[in-house]
Design a protein around this ligand. Sequence first.
Ligand SMILES: NC(=O)c1ccc[n+]([C@@H]2O[C@H](COP(=O)([O-])OP(=O)(O)OC[C@H]3O[C@@H](n4cnc5c(N)ncnc54)[C@H](O)[C@@H]3O)[C@@H](O)[C@H]2O)c1
Length: 334
Amino acid sequence: MSNAPKVRGAFLTALNRPVLVRPSDAEATIVLDAATIPADVSLPVVVRLGEETYEVTATPRGEREISGRVALVTGGAQGFGAEIAKGLVDQGCFVFIADLNGDGAAAKCAELGAELTHPIIVNVADEESVAAMAAEVERVAGGLDLVISNAGIVRAGSVLEQDTSAFRLSTDINYVAFFLVTKHLGGLLARQHEAAPGWLTDIIQINSKSGLVGSNKNAAYAGSKFGGIGLVQSFALELVEHGIKVNAVCPGNFYDGPLWSDPDRGLFVQYLNSGKVPGATTIEDVRAFYEAKVPMRRGTTGIDVLRAIYYIVEQAYETGQAVPVTGGQVMLSA
Ligand SMILES: NC(=O)c1ccc[n+]([C@@H]2O[C@H](COP(=O)([O-])OP(=O)(O)OC[C@H]3O[C@@H](n4cnc5c(N)ncnc54)[C@H](O)[C@@H]3O)[C@@H](O)[C@H]2O)c1
């Protein structure tokens, strides 16, 4: 563990804006042991705390409160995660794209620009791998402001027939991994908070409408997502003392993304083969069946999810919530 989160926290407090904190060999112009940071300090600047020297740089600021924040998106190589990463970079955020698919993460970073992205290979279901991800974030940015726990899988199937291994895999990646990501990145956010008591940060789980209502022949997925809401509420209660808000976004179906449309492993194919849609004989039948269930008659898109993320981050007075983004398909009840 380094002093970087403490340095980042000190700058968040002094400047009330996100910064990147990276180890440096240059001569320090501010020694943090001896001085507080002047509010008019201009960035970049080299600072020393104890034996460690860091360069502190600014991220681009835009009109939105979220702009320039340092974010991490798990499962950011494709699908919703890639849409979220792109939207955040467009807002000037520095985004870690963390994915099991290392090539995909690197390609997405290259596409979005190396200045504001950093790829990480991670298996979110493996604690050592998640701990290494947190250490890399600390090394590259000194801390962060926003964690998007997005990586997830679907293994549809009847409870009477599904392999237990598929059920456990869904639980590990959709449910246990959210605990691991919150444990390790939440720990980093809490260390940063010690030096930035007035700076709020966010952990957001990309959940699902299937975390709010059951899903026929899809229990492994829905169960793991329902569990995620319980974790969100419980983490929110605990982490509020560290200035961390914890919320979920519950999207409806992203029909144009690979999760649904992949020709071999996509949900349209899985649901067709598992007989989940009565009478469906083609993929088009399955798609029409699902679109007809949405009052707004279309699937969820990346910008729909991004707007919910902007709301959650910019709303300083809410935590422990699950925000549906479903075109009216699922409505909250008291
Ligand atoms: N697609 C939808 O219709 C839909 C609807 C509601 C909610 N969601 C949720 O949105 C999230 C993203 O879904 P998507 O449709 O974009 O999925 P996707 O399959 O298109 O992408 C998932 C990404 O996560 C990565 N990933 C998978 N396992 C991982 C692991 N163990 N460690 C790290 N990365 C891993 C994959 O490599 C991939 O890049 C999921 O949590 C999903 O449950 C999706």
